[in-house]
Write a protein that binds this ligand. Structure first.
Ligand SMILES: [Zn+2]
Length: 254
């Protein structure tokens, strides 16, 4: 299994990163995609991805947009172009819209639009972070029509919203929320949408599942997410992990 969204470059993993990768391997989590968050993080992100043989995405997270678009977007495009032949670069992101965050809305829109355009120019899929802004994001995607689609990470909405993204070529990232019995809309989406619409993720070190005894999330938790999805779909966990792994391979061309 591959964790399609894990910030294994974050400082929370500095004390024991090698041990985390060893624990992942022990439970069958053989790799991860490390998403980009901000220009100041890219160097460390690329170093960790190289050291631990991870895939990565390059982008600017809506929480971390520099106050003006330039030179940040030019730097991003130059870095992406430098890595276009690198098999580890698999997406643009994470980028998106977050109405719960205080970043000025016009700035968030400008950055996500610029990254939708970049994904098109570089023929890469997108990793999207969308909080309380599905209507606005869907409108941008309908106007922009990214050729390779992407994933809406940490998806929590119901089947109607899910369907709109799927029609645009997007998959839904499922993580720690799945083991929360109160995540009714997500559970409805998981039981009604086709299995090829989902990929697995943790968003480590954030989004710790309520079942966890420790505060830091890590990719070994994928195992329990698969068990939960298997119960919802009344399938074996082997079938679920194989299908969701195949989805990730297809989406990100792994
Ligand atoms: Zn993230």
């Amino acid at each position: 299994m591959i964790d399609t969204h894990a910030h294994l470059d974050f400082s929370e993993f500095d004390p024991d990163r090698a041990a985390v990768f060893a624990a992942m391997a022990a439970v069958g989590v053989t790799g991860a995609i490390i998403p980009g968050v901000s220009p100041s993080h890219w160097d460390k992100q690329l170093a960790v991805a190289a050291e631990f043989d991870c895939y990565f995405a390059l982008g600017i997270h809506p929480w971390h947009c520099p106050p003006v678009l330039e030179p940040a977007m030019s730097e991003l495009e130059a870095l992406v172009n430098r890595h276009l032949g690198n098999k580890r670069l698999v997406a643009i992101g994470e980028c998106g819209l977050d109405k719960r965050h205080s970043q000025p809305w016009p700035l968030q829109v400008a950055y996500v639009q610029a990254q939708l355009d970049l994904a098109k120019r570089t023929d890469l899929p997108l990793i999207l972070h969308v909080v309380k802004a599905h209507g606005e994001m869907l409108a941008l995607l309908k106007a922009s029509r990214p050729a390779r689609g992407g994933v809406v990470h940490a998806f929590s909405a119901g089947p109607e919203v899910a369907c709109e993204y799927i029609k645009l070529g997007f998959k839904l990232g499922v993580g720690g929320l799945v083991v929360n019995p109160n995540a009714k809309k997500l559970h409805k989406t998981l039981s009604e949408m086709p299995l090829d619409a989902f990929v697995l993720e943790t968003d480590s070190p954030a989004m710790t599942p309520i079942t966890s005894a420790v505060s830091r999330n890590d990719p070994t938790n994928l195992v329990q997410f698969v068990d939960e999805i298997a119960q919802i779909r009344k399938k074996t966990n082997v079938l679920i992990s194989e299908q969701l792994q195949a989805n990730a391979r297809q989406l990100f061309d792994l």
